[in-house]
Design a protein around this ligand. Structure first.
Ligand code: PEP
Ligand code: MN
Length: 245
């Protein structure tokens, strides 16, 4: 918590789309961001959707991390993702909500980071089945991952809601009862699904005692190739963070 007094802020674009988009976003927000987040390989529902810039974006991440002296977290879904990211000095990885549900992928990633000093942040599964979340955590624990955190990104619901993924604070509470020592990061962007609801959701998370926040920010959200509606502009993001601090 170097840049923000009360909170650890993790922010950056849903996905790196171009070198310019990435650097322009980070240039605006780095003073307010303890860790940069960005997607390199996007797990998209349809193969026709933008799936990230892949391996070549890792060089840009390495440059940005050095330039702004800020660590970077990325999503990994395979052994290859982990291995090539490590070669680029990236060692904070999050597991996406889709991957948390896949025991083979989790096992493979857990074995790949065994004995390394990496941080692993495990997102809750899309569907409100806590056992899948617990199972992923246990696989990392068995493979001796020391630094585990979780990301609360809300849960799919068939009921009509203002949220893209309703937060289900009751389920988070159940999680915390089982794992009181695992730090929770809240991802209000994927809970809200639209930028207007992000500040409110952030405040609610803080009221629930959460001190780590992961927020999507894009230099031109209207043009974003993924999660366009929920990404904040750098100005909106800075305003939100200033209100929190
Ligand atoms: C993301 O963080 O951009 C993402 C894809 O999130 P989730 O896995 O929670 O859907
Ligand atoms: Mn996203």
């Amino acid at each position: 918590m170097e840049k923000n007094n009360k909170f650890t802020i993790i922010a950056g674009p849903c996905a790196i789309e171009t070198k310019d988009q990435f650097f322009d976003t980070i240039r605006h927000i780095h003073n307010f961001t303890d860790v940069i987040r960005c997607g390199v390989w996007k797990a998209r529902t349809s193969p026709n959707n933008f799936s990230g810039q892949g391996d070549k974006a890792l060089t840009w991440i390495q440059q940005a991390s050095k330039k702004y002296n800020t660590p970077v977290a990325i999503e990994v879904g395979t052994k290859h993702h982990v291995e090539i990211a490590l070669k680029h000095n990236i060692n904070i990885f999050w597991i996406g909500a889709r991957t948390t549900t896949n025991p083979f992928a989790i096992q493979e990633i857990a074995e790949t980071v065994k004995g390394l000093n990496t941080e692993i942040w495990i997102k809750n599964p899309i569907f409100p089945d806590l056992e899948l979340w617990f199972g992923a955590i246990e696989r990392f624990k068995r493979n001796e991952t020391q630094k585990i955190k979780v990301i609360h990104r809300g849960f799919f619901s068939e009921k009509k809601s203002n949220y893209r993924n309703p937060p289900r604070w009751d389920l988070l509470k159940k999680f915390q009862d089982k794992y009181p020592n695992i730090p929770v990061i809240c991802d209000p962007s994927h809970i809200a699904g639209n930028r207007k609801l992000v500040p409110n959701t952030t405040e609610k998370a803080i009221k629930m005692g959460i001190r780590n926040l992961m927020i999507e920010v894009h230099n031109q959200p209207q043009k974003a190739l993924s999660d366009s509606k929920q990404q904040l502009t750098p100005l909106e993001f800075i305003k939100l963070i200033e209100q929190l601090n």
